[in-house]
Design a protein around this ligand. Sequence first.
Ligand SMILES: Cc1ncc(COP(=O)(O)O)c(C=O)c1O
Length: 489
Amino acid sequence: MEEQGTLEHPGDIDAEVFRQQAHRMVDWVAGYLADGGRAYPVLSRVEPGEVASKLPVAAPEHGEDPDTIWRDFEHVVLPGVTHWNHAGFMAYFGITGSAPGILGELLSAALNVNGMLWRTCPSATELEVVVLGWLRRALGLPEELFGFLTDTASISSMLAVAAAREAADLDVRMRGMCGRTDLPPLRVYASDQAHSSIAKACLALGLGLEGYRAIPHDAEFRMDVAALEEAVAEDREAGVLPLAVVATVGTTSTTSVDPVPAIADLCEREGMWLHVDAAYAGSAAICPEHRSCLDGCERADSFVFNPHKWLFTPIDASALYTRHPDTFKRAFSLVPEYLKTPVTGQVVDLMDYGVQLGRRFRALKLWWVLRSFGLEGIRTRLRHHIEMARKLSNWVDAHPRLKRTAPTPFSVVCFRVAGDPVGDGEEADRFNLELMERINASGEVYLSHTRLDDRISLRVAIGNLRTTPADVERLRSLIDRELECLSAR
Ligand SMILES: Cc1ncc(COP(=O)(O)O)c(C=O)c1O
């Protein structure tokens, strides 16, 4: 073993210390995962500023003992962790950093490669392209789609809107958008249920929030295509250039699915780019019985779904597909001398398809996840989540005080308490929020809320591999118990 950390060669920490610490950590992680995080309250109970107040204002001047660092991890950091990997995490979208994914992350950190160019790590590029091909086939998407990974759906969608703008041949790459009298106002359309990342993409790309138009939804929270058609006609009339439509498969609040085939028809007629945001629900298409949720997506110009949402891959990993990789390259490729290699132009250099240069080796964890579970293993697990959500949905429907507020196509159940004695207005909203806070204070489960047709709804999102029917049963008991306590006041 090479001597490390000496004055002559002040390298990394001692290899043996690393080995001991790593074993200790892996043991801790194995126990944490085996227990589904249940030893901890799922929602952190710290007050704002509490964690920071326990940390020194300056970095230590001299290296500290690993045991001291570990003690602070346990006593200072852990209490301020909200446990997304907890079996009772049912807020936002339930997600899982699965054991195979964690192993992939460990190796990725150890290799510490930067896959900006093919040459800077051929395996990072080729594994990414191949694994994205596996996923494309698993979802039943067309062969001609080219896929690559980004960190988040927000960034994937922003790149897609930038590609849509490039496809419109407005010479924005060269001339930008500022002060151009020849440029009409540009507009991107999405339903009023779409994720805020789409409006943010407009904001970041200089279209401004006025460049984003929210289209009303129908009774099942899907984009109203007739309203979209009217909006596009009205905008054209006013001299606005309709650039792109973002359809959502699995909206954030209710997991509704926009009518993509009809939207694709309109996009084709109007020459607009179609981007599909399937960040959460895309994974469901791995199950043949849910594949129809992607009907029409085969016609999309770009499509995103997040393995870090419902594909058991530790955050972050977002899969972006497009049938126009050259348009992304036109929008983003810029190759200074120091990034040229003997194979430039003959290989895929993933830095060419987006803004960032440096790229993590994300494909490794995804590869580990897909190989460890296999597609059939993933299907079984997704079906289990959907089944738990279906049963919870049935329970809500049969409950005298709860009202389901949206269909349950996947693994998210939306409901609210309504009727006597709280009514169905603002008092009921306050009651529902209080109910949620009381349930969350239990530390056993964590729910989130949304606003549907101007009224508060609670959301239960099942998506963690360690969530069992007993956890959902516990949630039901907590709802009943807290409802009773609140009503007895
Ligand atoms: C439909 C949808 N799109 C995009 C996002 C944003 O995802 P990310 O955090 O990967 O940017 C979310 C997040 O929940 C989402 O639900």
